[in-house]
Ligand binder design. Sequence first.
Ligand code: BGC
Length: 352
Amino acid sequence: MFVFCRRIFLRASLACGMVAIVGIGPVPVVAQESAAAAANRRLGRGLNLGNFLEAPRGANWGVQVEDRHLKMIREVGFQSIRLPVRWSDYASEQPPYRVEKAMLDRVDHLLQVAHAAGLNVVLNHHHYQGLDADPDAHRERFKVIWRQLAERYGHYGDWLYFELHNEPHDKLTAEKWNAILRDGIQAVRPSNPTRMIVVGPDRWNNIRALPDLRLPDDPNLIVTVHMYEPFQFTHQGASWIEGPVRSIRDRTWGTPEEVEQVQGMLGQAAEWGRQHGRPIYVGEFGAYSKAPLESRVAWTRTVARTAESLGMSWAYWEFAAGFGVYDPQAQRWRQPLLDALIPDNPLRATSD
Ligand code: BGC
């Protein structure tokens, strides 16, 4: 994204990254990428480490990410990971809402290995269900958890990004979320004045909810949206979804109208970003393994290429579970999905 400046004043000139020239008359139009847009570009093509640390405390959802996986993820061409963590299960229920050291140590290790592998990391607070169900009761706790995380990671480089809360929904309406997200940003800023913070709209980070998102005047924000449209295709057969979608089978995807729908929705997000001067990160998209593989591949390729053509970064949902681009049993990438995500991956030649 570019910032266009047509100002003659010193402050505006500096804000636009220009050499300060104070004078009269218009200065030439200068286009320069904002720090947030540059940071978003560095997220590039990313992968969610889903079904791992966002499982409830003590539960195992079948994914164990090892150090070698992080290296492999980088080697095939991903530039970033998103690390969903259910921090709310690792903080005390009562003040001072202390986050457990053992969990912090575990996350520290992953962050350091990811960084050493050359990956940028979006550290996310995932499945804080209390905040969605009763925002007022959890507001303070949400803030204090973020204050602790921010203090812990304040000295980390700009390869680490914070994402405040995955998919606000339920009682966390746009109005409530717009207020609470400010608390989150304020909790982070004293220890991390310029850290990139990722934040998305209510209704599960839905693109249609972007018009209701109100952000503070902070330049170092990246806006995230999740893309699972059409839901009847991407979530067919998904046991965790209530209602008829879980019994849909064999639904294919890829008619010209369907392609247009996906492109149109992402286009809306890009347009919102352009109008509000915010870079957009498609922080989750994916089609569950019950959907026909050929259609999954076509849909995945369409979302990834469309997002890229609109200047957005993305993170595929997810690494090695039900949507997985990696098969943990066979210990190999699912090549058609990997090719759809990263056309120039180094393993491609061997599959052609
Ligand atoms: C949820 C996952 C779910 C995925 C796709 C994520 O945000 O946390 O549990 O599998 O969306 O539905």
